[in-house]
Ligand binder design. Structure first.
Ligand code: NAP
Length: 291
């Protein structure tokens, strides 16, 4: 700096900038692509509600970078994190300990500390099961449409719930066979899915979600006969064609927003020991989605 230019000297006349509140605990979500993830909204709302000195951030993390993130988590230290696509499976191998549930699913979506160890849990299972438990529902038979990452949590949840016969149908049959084999369930050919519906049918495919697949259904028209519950993991829009057709045929319906909110409430409980009000959390997310 040239000697003629001096930095301004603090004087009592200068306004003091408002000091930001510096959080003591750092949380975040890692995934790629992260897009407009709603998790920061939900958890920061919870921290504010409970007046906790914590912040939750979105950390886009490209494929292959999870080991480096785990080092950062252990070094900084980060108090906890959500893990999403494509890192959930690898996270299972990078934790010091994982819960039985995470091991059953084969994926971790929540990192937390316990006795100096980095632990991994899968709260998608709790999130998926919450609406079924609230309804007191445990059907004898269920059909799962799709065999991707979300389907693994759904099948693990149905087995945990005690559903005796879980069938899986997927567009690519080998994935249905492989998922069914991991959980001792049955795979059914995609073409025969409408004839394999029990008292519960769960859509874990992206059919019906906002975008080019909006208006699609994973089932052919007229598939809903008898009575049962149609459960869609898609939550934007809240009423998909799958759910609308189920409702028109006299079936009960469950949208995917509760699962999203409940998996987040479970993460918040793990990290803080505190509850997020379910109705308020759902309204918050609905508002953010413009629903
Ligand atoms: P994923 O791992 O990519 O799996 C997608 C599955 O859907 C695959 O089995 C795929 O079949 C099938 N599929 C894709 N397009 C299809 C089509 N046009 N017709 C029939 N089947 C099709 O995805 P994911 O992570 O499991 O997520 C799936 C959906 O669940 C997404 O809509 C996601 O937003 C939703 N989700 C919701 C929550 C929640 O909290 N509510 C949580 C997780 C996921 P192939 O094997 O043949 O490709």
């Amino acid at each position: 700096m040239p000697s003629s230019v001096q930095p301004p000297r603090p004087s009592s006349a200068m306004p003091r900038p408002a000091m930001p509140r510096i959080p003591e605990r750092l949380y975040g979500i890692v995934g790629h692509p992260l897009g407009h993830t709603l998790s920061p909204l939900l958890h920061n709302w919870g921290f504010a509600l409970h007046d906790l000195p914590a912040v939750y951030m979105a950390w886009p993390l490209p494929p292959g970078c999870l080991p480096a993130f785990m080092d950062a988590l252990r070094t900084l230290p980060v108090a906890g994190a959500s893990v999403t696509i494509p890192h959930k499976e690898q996270a299972l191998c990078l934790c010091d300990r994982v819960t039985e549930r995470a091991r059953a699913v084969g994926a971790v979506n929540t990192l937390y500390w316990e006795d100096g160890a980095v632990c991994g849990e899968n709260t998608d299972v709790t999130g998926f099961l919450a609406p079924l438990r609230a309804r007191g529902l445990c059907p004898a038979e269920a059909l799962v449409l799709g065999a991707g990452g979300a389907a693994r949590a759904v099948v693990a949840g149905l087995v945990e719930l005690g559903v005796r016969r879980v069938r899986i149908a997927n567009r690519s049959p080998e994935k249905a066979t492989s998922l069914a084999a991991s959980f001792g369930c049955e795979a059914v050919p995609w073409e025969e899915r409408a004839r394999a519906m029990g008292g519960l049918v769960v859509n874990t495919t992206p059919c019906g979600m906002q975008g080019p697949r909006c208006g699609d259904s994973p089932l052919p028209s007229g598939a809903f006969t008898g009575r049962g519950l149609a459960y869609d993991l898609v939550y934007n829009p809240l009423t998909t064609r799958f759910l609308a057709e189920a409702r028109n045929a006299g079936w009960e319906t469950q949208d995917g927003l509760s699962m999203f909110v409940e998996q987040g409430r479970e993460q918040f409980r793990i990290w803080t020991g505190l509850d997020l009000p379910a109705d308020g959390a759902r309204r918050l997310v609905e508002q953010a989605l413009g629903l």
